[in-house]
Design a protein around this ligand. Structure first.
Ligand code: ADP
Ligand code: MG
Length: 339
């Protein structure tokens, strides 16, 4: 049984990146307006995520890291209108079985915060009062203590650097969409990236891409008339010089469905094709950009993989058709010529 647990956990928590992703999602679900992420030695010594969200009620703390505990859905109907990132109740439990975890939390009703040390089964080993304000701080040390091969895999500097880049991109992706939330990412006590709460996605994009690049970006927000699809996107203008853009962005492309960062190869391909055809940019260049597709919850299945970067769409053709319409608006009908 312990082996089964180890295997399923190691599929939810695959890397430092997925730890950060799960913890930030929990903070956003808790309505935090400020999130601090601190990594030591690329996260392999220590990962800490601190938020100022609603906190965990003391009566719930004994369940919080138990397998499959979630406060976010009550029945399968809720799954059809899922407006939280979490719903599986797997992250904290899995994390406990792969690392040493401590959680400090305080709700608005609590007089002081409490720090809980958790066992590898997610049970509370020790509880003591502490001095933090409202919100939750999760500290993870000794990640993959029982998976020596995986620890070894990340032991080399190159792998660790790649992993840091993934973490940075993920934090940016959250911070763009949750533009009104403050984010700060630190590594070995140095600030790697931060963002204050901002009024809109555009202001947040300036933070990532720079003012210069954003002057070459077009903003489109449209709701389909026939279907219930809504798309908001920032993409390079038709006439934009791809030099200015690629120089300042490192080809970052942020793609979301219903607020979840997703990997959708055919969507990216379509955007890229229209962009390249219209600007005549060389084919190794990718457009930087931001693309958020909003669909009725019932049309999206986020259950495909625990990392939730793959999703199934009920009406994918309709989405691609509507996206094509928007791309033609930016790049002209020729942009979508068959290749
Ligand atoms: P899920 O997010 O799928 O519910 P998790 O294992 O990630 O499962 O978290 C378990 C539960 O712990 C959550 O449902 C929530 O009640 C609580 N929790 C975890 N992190 C936080 C946080 N940062 N703030 C408030 N509550 C939290
Ligand atoms: Mg969660």
């Amino acid at each position: 049984k312990a082996t089964v647990k180890l295997i399923t956990s190691s599929q939810v928590i695959t890397s430092v990146f997925s730890v950060v992703k799960e913890l930030v999602e929990n903070s956003l679900d808790a309505k935090a307006t400020s999130i601090d992420i601190k990594l030591d030695n690329c996260g392999f010594d220590r990962i800490e995520v601190r938020d100022n969200g609603i906190g965990i009620k003391s009566i719930d703390t004994k369940y919080m890291a138990r397998p499959h505990y979630t406060s976010k859905i009550k029945d399968t109907q809720d799954l059809e209108m899922l407006d939280t990132y979490g719903f599986r109740g797997e992250a904290l439990g899995s994390l406990c079985s792969l690392a040493d975890v401590a959680i400090t939390t305080k709700t608005a009703d609590d007089a002081v915060s409490m720090t809980y040390l958790l066992s590898h089964e997610g049970k509370i080993i020790e509880a003591k009062p502490s001095h933090l304000g409202q919100g939750t701080t999760v500290t993870v040390t000794n990640l993959f203590r029982n998976l020596p091969v995986r620890r070894q895999f990340y032991a080399n500097k190159k792998k660790q650097k790649e992993e840091m880049k993934k973490v940075e991109d993920a934090v940016m992706a959250f911070a763009l969409l949750s533009h009104d939330v403050r984010f700060c990412l630190k590594h070995n006590n140095n600030v790697i990236w931060q963002k204050q709460p901002l009024a809109d996605v555009k202001s947040a994009l300036i933070n990532v891409f720079g003012v210069n690049a954003m002057m070459h970006m077009e903003h489109v927000k449209r709701k389909s008339l026939e279907t219930e699809i809504e798309i908001e996107t920032f993409l390079p203008k038709k006439s934009s010089s791809s030099d200015v853009i690629t120089r300042s962005t490192g080809d970052r492309f942020f793609c979301y469905i219903n607020k979840r960062t997703v990997v959708m190869k055919d969507v990216e391909k379509l955007v890229r094709k229209c962009y390249l055809n219209s600007t005549g940019a060389d084919a190794t260049r990718y457009p930087m950009g931001f693309l958020h597709i909003v669909l009725p919850y019932k049309d999206v299945d986020v259950n495909l993989d625990p990392n939730k970067t793959l999703v199934l769409l009920q009406e994918k053709e309709k989405v691609l058709k509507f996206l094509t319409l928007i791309l033609e608006g930016i790049y002209g009908p020729k942009g979508n010529k068959a290749t």
